[in-house]
Design a protein around this ligand. Sequence first.
Ligand SMILES: [Zn+2]
Length: 323
Amino acid sequence: MKVLEFLKDTGRQAVSAAVFSLAATAAQAAVCNNPNLDVVVLGSGGPELDDRRASVGYLLRENGKARILVDFGSGTSLNFERAGAKIEDLQAVLLSQFHVDHANDVPALVKGSFFSDRSRDLPVYGPSGNKTVPGLNQYLKRLFGADGAYSYLSGFLDGSESFRLKPVTVSADTAKPTVFSASEGGFRISAVPVTHSIIPALGWRVEKDGCAVVFSSGTSNMGRTLDKITSGANVFVAHNAIPEGSTDRIALRLHMPPSEIGRIAGQSGVRNVVLSHFMNRTEHVQPATAQAIRSRYAGALAFAQDCDIYSVQSGKKTGSCAK
Ligand SMILES: [Zn+2]
């Protein structure tokens, strides 16, 4: 897309668009050439147990086949099943952080794989740790190591089972917010450290055939590091864990308000925003949330439900794994 057409398309974003770097403009010009990629929302809730939603997790599929799993919080394993996903088809698992609502069902995935035909090692990408929170290697060892809580699954770490979890640690140091890149099964994977209070966390971007999906993870986006991977995303899955105008100082260090989601989407030329990770405090204020986002972003906006399926190319909801 030519720059002028882009400016016309985004209308009100013309002012902020004008300050885009050349590189960002080039990324926005990418055309998504693959109509067969979709995202299944395996869970759209947070950690609360009275929100009638599974905690967060997302599945990127191609031609209906599971390819990239992003987070696997409480309850997502059931929707993985409903989506007809097979562990054998996964190219990689991307973990954004080790809060329960983002990683609780990881042991269920590993145990479930015992009954699958998987024989290829499964790359698992996740954040480095700090004094408070374990990094990926320690997290996996505490679960599946010889002394781990699920030591009976240690064969998936030591290689004596039919396949091995292959950990790839990505720096979550927000003081050095370098963009990490890798490639898995034809998908380009990028990550950047994002601020989530004292919890090491990563935002993820997955691309194929000019199509890009970005997962914000939980973040306040202090330092605006997430902006490094959002340029021109077809779908931006953004977490709506606090309402606009929140004065909860602890929550504000963990999560970004809707206006920040709108700023990122508007300035990055995002085409479709899909909101997720709702909590009771954001569940009943959706009109105000939409207004705060739309004040800075003119593209499409959706409030996800568990099992929603979104086309990456069009950004439109195409179905549900619950039916
Ligand atoms: Zn969370």
